[in-house]
Design a protein around this ligand. Structure first.
Ligand code: A2P
Length: 287
């Protein structure tokens, strides 16, 4: 699937992106990114805090795919909220790029590196204004967005009168056991796209063993991962599967259309199996 969606600023984004979180073994991210691009991906999702931007950048370079064909995202880490410009410069340097397509605030938590506590005089809205400023005054960022934000946090951000550029996305954990229905509807109403991370349920995923998902996969003659990625695309989200295994990297790009009843079954999977969040850092309070 090499389809693209249009963001609220008119920029186009490939709907299936390549995730690089936890690709941290020696040479792992390099090889995976290079392979992904050579096999047809055109969207790479990176972050300063994945500690592999240099490898990601080398993978991009050695893939032979022209830079302008690739949508590259990276993210500002919590302790860098008061120094957006410097953090961005360092990310670009590590990536070996002179611009990125999308810069995200990784978490709506601005942490003082000296104490590891949240700042009292600064929060993610201040940081977002910095992103706006840097985007407007340099040619280094094409779009800005957020990640791991709740409705409440988005509302606070959007109601600030100095926030004049809407985030194009909110990157959140989303899969059939974490559909986030209220957030999903809220973001649709604001024309902010959801980017789904851990769409396969991350490492040792319960989703691959889920009997309903396995049954649906068998019915279509595909792998559970194909069902999960196709479901995410069908509900209009951008989806960021991660893999460092070549045949899975290739396979994860194959999406198909689920019949309405199977799509609905997946939408309602939590009513039977509960809600499962795989990424729940202690320092972050989900509202
Ligand atoms: P690997 O990198 O060894 O392929 P998520 O995208 O939700 O973070 O999930 C990533 C996890 O799912 C990784 O452990 C990855 O392992 C595994 N994975 C990725 N693609 C597939 C697939 N097609 N089938 C099974 N497991 C997969």
């Amino acid at each position: 699937n090499t389809k693209k969606l249009t963001l609220n600023n008119g920029q186009k984004i490939p709907v299936v992106g390549f995730g690089t979180w936890k690709a941290t073994g020696e040479g792992e991210a390099y090889k995976a990114v290079k392979t992904a691009l050579q096999k047809g991906y055109r969207h790479i999702d990176a972050a300063e805090h994945y500690h592999n931007e240099e490898e990601v950048g080398k993978g991009i370079k050695d893939s032979g795919v022209p830079r302008e064909e690739i949508f590259v995202t990276t993210k500002l880490w919590n302790v860098d909220h008061k120094k957006v410009r410097e953090a961005l410069d360092l990310s670009l340097k590590r990536l070996g790029l002179d611009y990125i397509d999308l810069y995200l605030i990784h978490w709506p938590v601005a942490t003082d590196p000296a104490t590891n506590e949240p700042y009292k005089d600064w929060d993610y809205v201040d940081t977002y204004k910095e992103l706006q400023r840097v985007m407007k005054t340099t040619g280094q960022i094409r779009s800005i967005g957020v990640s791991n934000m709740s409705i409440k946090q988005l509302e606070k951000l959007l109601s600030d009168e100095e926030v004049t550029v809407k985030p194009v996305v909110n990157q959140i954990e989303a899969h059939p056991l974490l559909t986030q229905p209220e957030l999903y509807d809220y973001m649709a109403s604001k024309d902010i796209k959801i980017e789904a991370y851990s769409p396969l349920g991350s490492v040792n995923s319960p989703l691959f063993k889920n009997e309903t998902i396995v049954d649906i996969a068998n019915k279509y003659g595909v792998e559970p991962a194909n069902v999960l990625i196709s479901w995410a695309v069908q509900r209009g989200t951008i989806v960021l599967p991660k893999s460092t295994t070549e045949h899975r990297i290739i396979s994860n790009l194959n999406t198909f259309r689920l019949h309405r009843d199977d799509f609905d079954t997946l939408n309602n999977l939590s009513s039977k199996y509960g809600v499962k969040r795989t990424n729940d850092p202690a320092w972050y309070n989900f509202e």
